[in-house]
Design a protein around this ligand. Structure first.
Ligand SMILES: *[C@@H]1O[C@H](CO)[C@@H](O)[C@H](O)[C@H]1NC(C)=O
Ligand SMILES: *[C@@H]1O[C@H](CO)[C@@H](O)[C@H](O)[C@H]1NC(C)=O
Ligand SMILES: *[C@@H]1O[C@H](CO)[C@@H](O)[C@H](O)[C@H]1NC(C)=O
Ligand SMILES: *[C@@H]1O[C@H](CO)[C@@H](O)[C@H](O)[C@H]1NC(C)=O
Ligand SMILES: *[C@@H]1O[C@H](CO)[C@@H](O)[C@H](O)[C@H]1NC(C)=O
Ligand SMILES: *[C@@H]1O[C@H](CO)[C@@H](O)[C@H](O)[C@H]1NC(C)=O
Ligand SMILES: *[C@@H]1O[C@H](CO)[C@@H](O)[C@H](O)[C@H]1NC(C)=O
Length: 589
């Protein structure tokens, strides 16, 4: 899909000047945990790939289109768009390309530019970006891990380009993305992994061992999909997305399947490397960071077996050997890659996220629009709701008001956000389960009834002043999230977090998508309108009504959300009951 910029242009350069420069985006300071590393010199010759996103045409009618094709009973339900239809609808105007071409020509950068979808990508240097954007790149340090990066706190564009460009990266977006593995596990000590006696097994569920640690058998019994067998060859595929140099290990999954999912023994995942990502194995490279990757792929594969599962590893860094890394933004590359495919795998699980206030609004909007495009193509994207309950630090929101925290991309209305539960007798909300209200994205109509019922009947009025009730509320659903048994470097390691909940819930959706495809139906695409209407009215979830989230209780004593009847901002609509969901989806049982 990469086109040479020069050959793409039809040649009519815009006459006249582009106007003087005006600040396009700026921050007052770097978001936590980044700080300016003063006195460190930037090398202007260091390479930097600048991504410029041109404004899409028809973006509002496009959003409506995504809701239409995802809303049961709408005449267009299930009529997802092809790659070409989507391009025809959204491609930026020729005028936008021409004006950007003129700007690059004035700066002598035309020969370094290529076009990929809506992006103009310049393979340049920090010096090029500094001049082009009238920016001041500086060195910043991440206090949490000592990493350094080059970013600017402000950049400018010629006046005439302000209406044609959404964002330029890397500029003011600091990498704060992390894997959603909980650090608040102190309340859930590592269990003794013992097989309890058969007297504890009820309807296939071991109520003693599954109450404290989770295996694939626990989830299959608890969520009612022990007997369902998906097709291996109906075209259905399941992606577990990886970022941040997380590498999924083949020898670990072999051991995991043999021990915990013997019916899938001997099967394996395939790998897609995006943006020069890698998936190094210990045998070649020594131990890598792979707790998240192993958790995602071990549960995704064993639960959805024999659905073909794919681990995608998106690289985020150019091959610099200098001390300052100008890392890219892996979401942009991952989603742009997916959109180049003729068929996008129908189910995608992403266990990574950022605190919303650390993400610039322009970046959040651009990425959310890419999620909307993936949904329009017929793919269901699940994301972790975060591991900070109602917020890790309620004073970082960029407003004068003290507000509960919010997460990205959970706040994007085109993804399905998954919170966490614990224990099985009964299943309850876990304190770290992320949930709340976006300050960036407005509440989509598909969740109006559910959220209004919560607000009028179940929310605690003493705390509603800390939430933005007009915002998109999350999570949408939830699944177990504590002490998932994994194999890491050959050893048994329990993992917790909405990182675990996300692949668990997504696996159920991968099976439902498989069932739909085998029965001649379109895959779900954007799930939420169906979840909040058909699935909720059929009571196809286990409603979680006990437990409470915690978060930023030092700033707001008593902060958090309680799980209640129906939707709530800690467990969403509840955890999945596969048999009931299947009956609503295809009418089969
Ligand atoms: C917060 O918002 C103000 C005004 O909207 C803006 O000027 C400032 O740069 C923002 N700060 C951050 C950290 O985003
Ligand atoms: C499940 O765990 C909870 C919390 O530790 C405990 O109160 C309950 O008795 C346990 N149930 C079973 C069947 O072990
Ligand atoms: C799984 O397969 C491996 C070899 O392919 C074998 O050594 C192992 O015993 C098998 N495990 C089970 C539970 O069948
Ligand atoms: C890809 O990564 C490898 C090592 O990780 C590096 O040697 C190579 O130069 C990179 N290629 C590109 C095009 O970035
Ligand atoms: C919360 O964020 C504010 C503003 O960035 C910062 O000053 C404060 O130290 C943070 N508190 C904690 C507990 O991280
Ligand atoms: C509340 O959310 C809306 C989006 O629905 C947003 O426009 C507004 O800025 C948010 N308010 C605050 C205080 O962040
Ligand atoms: C909750 O609120 C809705 C209106 O949003 C109302 O119709 C309903 O009767 C209330 N009570 C319960 C128990 O849901």
């Amino acid at each position: 899909m990469k086109l040479s910029f020069l050959s793409f242009l039809i040649g009519t350069a815009v006459a006249g000047p582009l106007g003087s420069f005006r600040v396009f985006e700026q921050l007052s300071e770097a978001p936590e945990p980044w700080t300016l590393k003063s006195g460190t010199q930037i090398d202007g010759d260091q390479s930097l790939k600048l991504w410029i996103h041109l404004k899409n045409r028809n973006i509002e009618s496009f959003h409506q289109k995504v809701f239409d094709v995802s809303t049961p009973d709408h005449p267009d339900y299930g009529r997802h768009l092809s790659r070409v239809e989507l391009r025809d609808m959204l491609a930026p105007s020729q005028q936008s390309y021409d004006m950007v071409a003129e700007w690059l020509k004035e700066n002598g950068l035309s020969h370094k530019a290529t076009i990929e979808n809506d992006w103009v990508i310049i393979d340049g240097t920090i010096g090029d970006a500094t001049e082009l954007l009238q920016a001041e790149y500086q060195v910043f340090e991440n206090k949490a891990n000592g990493k350094v990066t080059a970013r600017t706190l402000a950049y400018s564009l010629p006046n005439a380009l302000h209406d044609h460009i959404d964002m330029v990266a890397p500029t003011i977006k600091f990498s704060t993305t992390s894997a959603m593995r909980s650090t608040i596990v102190k309340n859930y000590p590592t269990p003794d992994i013992v097989k309890s006696s058969s007297g504890n097994v009820h309807n296939g569920l071991d109520t003693v061992s599954c109450n404290s640690s989770i295996t694939p058998d626990c989830l299959k019994a608890l969520y009612n999909f022990k007997e369902f067998r998906a097709s291996r060859r109906n075209g259905n595929q399941f992606i577990l997305a990886g970022f941040l140099e997380e590498y999924a290990q083949h020898d670990d999954i072999a051991k995991f399947l043999s021990a915990y999912a013997p019916s899938a023994n001997g099967s394996d995942f395939s790998t897609i490397l995006i943006n020069n990502g890698s998936n190094l194995q210990d045998s070649v490279s020594g131990p890598q960071n792979h707790g998240e990757a192993n958790l995602d792929i071990q549960y995704g594969l064993s639960l959805s077996y024999p659905t073909p599962t794919i681990y995608t590893s998106t690289g985020g860094r150019p091959p610099e050997t200098t001390s300052v890394e100008v890392d890219n933004e892996p979401y942009l590359q991952f989603l742009t890659y997916l959109l180049t495919l003729e068929t996008i795998p129908q189910t995608i699980s992403i266990s990574y996220g950022d605190a919303e206030p650390t993400v610039p609004l322009s970046y959040a909007n651009t990425v959310c629009n890419l999620f909307a495009q993936v949904a329009a193509r017929g793919s269901s994207v699940m994301v972790s709701s975060g591991d900070d309950g109602s917020g890790s630090n309620c004073s970082v929101s960029n407003s004068s008001k003290l507000l509960y925290g919010s997460e990205f991309p959970s706040g994007c209305p085109f993804v399905t956000s998954v919170g966490a539960t614990v224990q099985v007798t009964p299943e309850v909300a876990v304190d770290f389960s992320g949930g709340g209200f976006s300050n960036y994205f407005a509440r989509p109509s598909y969740q109006d009834a559910a959220v209004n019922t919560w607000l009028t009947n179940y929310s605690d009025p003493a705390f509603t002043k800390y939430i933005n009730i007009s915002g998109r509320a999350y999570p949408d659903v939830s699944a177990q999230g504590v002490n998932f048994i994994t194999i890491e470097d050959g050893a048994v390691v329990p993992e917790s977090g909405t990182s675990a909940s996300c692949p668990a819930f997504a696996s159920v959706i991968a099976l439902l998508n498989s069932d739909r495809i085998s029965n001649g139906l379109a895959p779900f695409g954007l799930l939420n309108p169906w979840l909040y209407s058909k699935a909720a009215s059929a009571k196809a979830f286990n409603d979680i009504v006990a437990g409470k989230s915690a978060g930023c209780t030092t700033q707001i004593p008593g902060a958090g959300f309680a799980a209640t009847v129906g939707w709530d901002p800690v467990t969403g609509l509840g955890t999945p009951d596969f048999k009931k969901l299947r009956l609503v989806s295809t009418g089969l049982s």
